[in-house]
Design a binder for this molecule. Structure first.
Ligand code: MG
Ligand code: ZN
Length: 219
């Protein structure tokens, strides 16, 4: 019974997400949804992407959070349109919330929409937000066993970022275990390793990936 209720909730969600996807596509806006646990680096990565892509693309951001506007404040510094969604007790964003929020943007004037989901690796994976691409982030302090414990994100994501690789010498993280378990779940999944706050070379791989996907979607 409960499974059926959940299925119908996600079916309604997908119908709205499909409308969002059409709207974004018609307006030539490429949507990206960032999903990770709290503290794995979503906001830092989004901030850095904005500063790398801002000169070439017009970017908008939706920040999902339970209660605070801290992430939105951080992104506002880059002078791009940002809308905060506070979900209260809700542990994920859903398509209905995004659909209502889209009114606050002029989509015709956006090339890229970044959505930062609520920090949670579980239920955000069940709610498509109409994005073209889903990006999963895991960071090394979370442990190399996380791919096996949270396989849903690995099946859904178009790209996986392994963040905070600079900490590996100080913590108990086995990169080979991490890669092997990702491969078991989704052999196709591309992984980009980085230390978002320090590293420029690998971050450029992410910038190039976003450019490639955006150009393909909006032209
Ligand atoms: Mg954040
Ligand atoms: Zn949730």
């Amino acid at each position: 019974m409960e499974v059926k209720v959940f299925e119908s909730v996600t079916r309604i969600n997908d119908t709205i997400a499909n409308q969002i996807n059409k709207l974004l596509t018609e307006n030539k806006t490429c949507g990206f949804n960032f999903i990770s646990s709290p503290g794995s680096g979503k906001t830092t990565i989004i901030e850095k992407l904005i500063s790398n892509l801002k000169s070439k693309y017009r970017i908008g951001v939706i920040e999902g959070d339970l209660a605070t506007t801290r992430d939105a404040e951080r992104v506002k510094k880059y002078d791009v349109p940002v809308v905060q969604i506070n979900t209260g007790k809700g542990c994920h964003l859903d398509a209905n919330l995004i659909y209502q929020t889209l009114n606050e943007f002029n989509l015709k004037e956006l090339d890229i929409l970044f959505i930062e989901n609520v920090g949670n690796l579980i239920c955000p994976t069940s709610y498509w937000l109409g994005e073209h691409f889903t990006i999963g982030i895991m960071s090394t302090p979370e442990g190399d066993d996380k791919p096996e414990k949270y396989p849903l994100i690995l099946r859904k994501a178009h790209l996986l970022i392994l963040n905070k690789v600079d900490l590996i010498p100080y913590i108990n993280f086995n990169k080979e275990n991490f890669y092997n378990s990702v491969k078991k779940i989704n052999p196709q999944l591309q992984i980009i390793e980085m230390s978002a706050i320090k590293d420029h070379r690998n971050f450029q791989l992410l910038v190039d990936w976003i450019k490639e996907k955006t150009d393909k979607t909006i032209t």
